[in-house]
Ligand binder design. Structure first.
Ligand code: ATP
Ligand code: MG
Length: 236
């Protein structure tokens, strides 16, 4: 089967006033379906820039990006929007939940955009919340949830539409160790049981250890690409 992600000589150049920043400098990368990839590297090395392009939130300055056989640069905007809604889930460090809106309504959002009935939206969102261990918290607002619980709502929102890829940009960056482990076990299960491809940015090597492949970025380039056995979850 063709790879899920193929990048050839991807560049991203930002211009701010007279200053030019080469955030990505010739990325070549192939990712297969079902991989669990951790992206590491110092601050400013281009990790988020790469994630945003792979997740179709941004376009490269030049180079080729094919997602699931589709050339993203030349794809029609409505096709790209459809692809984003159906295939891609995003989780961010800062949760990005809608304030004063319940956990259930937050998780419903991608389904609302698909035009499902309210009843069906609620049913599927409740199932997604249950999946991340938040049954009974459906009516809580984000401010009434812990950081780890808010991140679980964000994961429920990302997975409610059954995406094939999940992008997570430092999903445990604002969490304590125990909550981080819970979040990583959920992601690990989504990868192993559901076969969802996961691409995760992290600064912490014990978080990266959950992945089966580790990329290291430096100055807009990939300087290391290592495949290895992920750590085994200890069942107590
Ligand atoms: N919208 C933007 N406009 C201009 N420059 C930008 C923009 N976004 C990122 N950059 C620059 O591109 C480079 C890469 O930024 P990026 O956010 O991808 O780094 P990162 O590896 O995710 O860093 P961190 O670990 O701190 O999140 C940086 O030098 C940054 O200043
Ligand atoms: Mg970043």
């Amino acid at each position: 089967m063709a790879p899920l992600i193929v990048c050839e000589d991807l560049w991203k150049i930002y211009r701010v006033g007279d200053v030019e920043v080469q955030a990505l400098r010739g990325i070549n990368l192939t990712i297969d379906r079902g991989e669990f990839v951790a992206v590491m590297g110092t601050s400013g090395s281009g990790k988020s820039t790469l994630m945003n392009i792979l997740g179709c939130l941004d376009q490269p300055t030049r180079g080729r990006y094919e997602l699931d056989g589709l050339d993203v640069a030349t794809a029609k905007p409505d096709l790209l929007a459809e692809l984003r809604n159906r295939q891609i889930g995003f989780v961010f460090q800062s949760f990005n939940l809608i304030p004063r809106t319940s956990a259930l309504e937050n998780a419903q959002l991608p389904l609302f955009y698909r035009g499902l009935s309210i009843k069906e939206q609620r049913k599927q969102a409740a199932a997604a919340l249950q999946r991340v261990g938040l049954a009974g918290r459906e009516q809580h607002y984000p401010t009434q949830l812990s950081g780890g619980q808010q991140q679980r709502v964000a994961i429920a929102r990302a997975l409610v539409g059954a995406p094939s890829i999940l992008f997570a940009d430092e999903p445990t960056g604002n969490l304590d160790t125990a909550s981080s482990r819970e979040i990583m076990s959920i992601l690990e299960e989504l990868n192993r049981q559901d076969g969802i491809t996961i691409i995760l940015v992290t600064h912490e090597s014990d978080i990266a250890a959950y992945a089966s492949r580790e990329l290291v970025m430096k100055d807009g380039r990939i300087t290391q690409d290592v495949r290895r056995a992920p750590h085994l979850t200890v069942v107590q």
